[in-house]
Design a protein around this ligand. Sequence first.
Ligand code: SF4
Ligand code: SF4
Length: 368
Amino acid sequence: MELAELIGLRPVPAGGVLVTLTRRCPLRCAHCSTGSAPEVREEPEAEALLRFVSSFTAGDRPEVMMLTGGEPLLRPRLVAALARSARAAGTRTALLSGMFFARQGGLPAPIRQAVRTLDHFSASLDLPHEREVPRAAVFRAVREIREMGVAVSFHLTGTGEDDSYLADVTADIARTFGGTVPALVNEVRPFGRAASWARPARTAPDGEGALPCAMAAWPVVAFDGTVLACCNQDTVDRRPAPPHLRLGHVAEDDWAAVRGRTLGSPLLRLVRTVGPAHMWSRWSPGTPADSYCGACRRLSERPEPAAAADAVASGAAGALLDLTSARRQHDDGPVALVRRHGCAAYADLVAAPGGERTRYPAAGGTGS
Ligand code: SF4
Ligand code: SF4
């Protein structure tokens, strides 16, 4: 599974699920947004995760399961077990790693076995990471993984299109891998690793106009096993979660329940189709909000947005509105999505070399 297909699925409601396997990480990157470190011990129960993933079926499953952290490869046997279980239902698995193991040269056996079960492997790379793991070691490990037949990509983070680090590392990747390895380039923002697959856009194109949130499409399993509607780090970390952004818990709910809440919530449908800023300005003008996501997190604090959402986005009409918006964003393709949500100047890199358009998932995949 190439990066372009993966990113192309990002706006599809319940088209994927993000699973954080642990907050722990052997590295200590200065910019870490998840508060990860070697001594942190917060992770969902393996048994609950396995039970949740085993509820995927051929007729009702996400197209892709993204494993992230912290460092997901600190639980290599769990990675392999989850990937095998997902594959039995037809779901493909991708993983994002901070590449701690690359420092020692060569993949340790348990990690090698876990990586073999994946459909896509992505390596994080940025300036703080390079202080922890040398770039040459990361390149060596990525080459080794590609030789195992697993599709690979880089996840790069910088300060923006003028960042000389981004210019240097993208040129180095192109030179080293002959332009055959795609990259997703993001700008540093207050979002966690789960958000690395595309982040909320920063501003509405026309002030308070509609700005859909593609991040409200894929459920996210947080470090405590709670399932949230998005990857905003405050939403992932703070408890209690806003009621409209809490989809369940892996110890209690199966995929069908989580998917049903993702697709069926009128508030989430509107977050996905017009975005929170537009909802406040239309239905409760003058309500102050600190940010795009801050406005969203407060949507269940007052009755007006929920009442308006029930009126315009429930039932079959709301489902059609949601589907139409998702299909339009999907059909615009991964490069357009990264132009909006990532670092626009490097958006084209997401499509190399697997940049062909992919079809909108059929009902069997996402149940939409
Ligand atoms: S590799 Fe990622 S999760 Fe680990 S410390 Fe660095 S930024 Fe945080
Ligand atoms: S808080 Fe709301 S607007 Fe922000 S990423 Fe989550 S769903 Fe989207």
